[in-house]
Design a protein around this ligand. Structure first.
Ligand code: SF4
Ligand SMILES: [Zn+2]
Ligand SMILES: [Zn+2]
Length: 308
C-alpha cells in the first residue's frame, strides 16, 4: 500500500478517509487537519496564549504536541483528580512530556485545594456517578486556572469519537440545552469564563493514538478505573459498530450536525449568569455547580460524624 501524498510505503490506513499514509505524511496531515479546524472555527490566533488541559492520555498530549508544532503559544494544565494509581501514572506522563518538549505545565492537585476533596470521595459522599462529580470538578478548576493565569482560551483534547458519542447521547435523550452547547468553540457566557475550544473534534481516537505513537509521545495507556461501565462507552461502542459497517459515519454525524442542525438548537435564548456566593465564579443560582457539590459533601460528612 502506498502513501496517498508521496507514494512511499504507507504505515497507516484510514478507512474513514479511504486513504493510507507514510509516517511523515500522516503527521503532516494530522497537524494540517487540526490547523484547518482551528482556522475554520476561528478558535484562536497565534497572538493568544492557550491553556491546554492535559490528562496524560493520548488525545490531550497529541493536541499539545500539535499546537506546539504549529507554533501556538501554549501552556499545559494537569489536574490531579486523586484517582489512585491512575492519577499518579497520568501525572508522570504529563510531566514527562512537558519536560521533554520544554513546555510549561501547571499542576493543580484537588487534594491541595482548600476543599481537599478528590473525585472518589466526592462521588462516595454524594452518591453520584464518579464521572458526574469529576466533570463538575474539572470544569470548575479548568475555569479557575484559565482565569487566574490570564489565558483567553482553554483547549481540551476531545476527539471525534467523544463528540459523536456525546451527540448520540444528547439526541437519544433530546437534551436541548446540551445540543445548543455542543460545538467546537464555546464563547464565554460570563466575563470570568474563557473561550473553550476542541481542536481535535474532526480527528478520531485512532488518529490521536497513531499520531502519539508516531511522534514517540509516552502517554498513559491504562484507562481511568471509573470509565468502565460509563454510559459514554456504550455510545462509543454503538458508534464504532456503525463506523465499521459504514466508514465515515462519525465524521458526517458530527460535522453535518454542526452545519445543518446546530443553528436550530442554538437559537434558544440563554439566561444570564450571576456570580457564586461562595467562590465568585459564574453561577445560574446562588451557588455554582461545584460549590453545590462541595456543600453537599460537607453536609454528608457532618451527618456521618454525627452518627458515628
Ligand atoms: S473516566 Fe470519569 S472519573 Fe475518570 S477521569 Fe474520566 S470523567 Fe473523570
Ligand atoms: Zn507520504
Ligand atoms: Zn462556586
Amino acid at each position: 500500500m502506498k502513501c496517498r501524498r508521496c507514494t512511499a510505503k504507507a504505515v497507516v490506513q484510514l478507512r474513514s478517509h479511504n486513504a493510507a499514509f507514510c509516517r511523515e505524511c500522516f503527521v503532516f496531515v494530522f497537524q494540517r487537519t487540526v490547523e484547518r479546524s482551528i482556522d475554520h472555527e476561528r478558535m484562536f490566533t497565534r497572538d493568544e496564549r492557550i491553556l491546554v488541559a492535559v490528562s496524560g492520555g493520548k488525545d490531550s498530549l497529541a493536541l499539545w504536541d500539535t499546537l506546539a508544532a504549529l507554533g501556538y503559544a501554549t501552556e499545559g494544565l494537569y489536574l490531579g483528580l486523586g484517582i489512585g494509581r491512575y492519577s499518579s501514572a497520568s501525572q508522570r506522563k504529563a510531566e514527562g512530556y512537558a519536560a521533554k518538549a520544554g513546555l510549561r505545565l501547571h499542576v493543580v492537585q484537588l487534594a491541595d485545594e482548600s476543599d481537599a476533596v478528590g473525585v472518589p470521595e466526592a462521588a462516595a459522599f454524594t452518591h453520584r456517578q464518579p464521572c458526574a462529580a469529576c466533570g463538575t470538578m474539572k470544569r470548575h478548576h479548568f475555569d479557575r486556572a484559565a482565569l487566574a493565569g490570564g489565558f483567553p482560551v482553554l483547549a481540551t483534547g476531545h476527539n471525534l469519537d467523544d463528540e459523536a458519542a456525546r451527540l448520540l447521547g444528547n439526541v437519544l435523550h433530546w437534551q436541548l440545552p446540551y445540543l445548543a452547547k455542543q460545538q467546537p468553540v464555546l464563547a464565554p457566557s460570563h466575563a470570568k469564563f474563557v473561550r473553550k475550544v476542541r481542536p481535535l473534534y474532526r480527528t478520531s481516537e485512532y488518529e490521536s493514538a497513531t499520531y502519539a505513537f508516531l511522534r514517540g509521545i509516552d502517554y498513559v495507556v491504562e484507562e481511568c478505573p471509573n470509565s468502565h461501565g460509563a454510559t459514554q462507552l456504550i455510545y462509543k461502542d454503538l458508534m464504532n459498530r456503525l463506523e465499521a459497517a459504514m466508514p465515515g459515519t462519525k465524521h458526517s454525524f458530527v460535522t453535518e450536525f454542526l452545519r445543518r442542525a446546530h443553528p436550530l438548537f442554538a437559537a434558544a435564548p440563554e439566561g444570564s449568569l450571576g456570580e457564586c456566593e461562595r467562590c465568585g465564579m459564574p453561577a445560574s443560582s446562588a451557588l455554582c455547580g461545584y460549590c453545590r457539590l462541595i456543600a453537599e459533601i460537607e453536609r454528608r460528612r457532618g451527618e456521618a460524624v454525627a452518627h458515628s
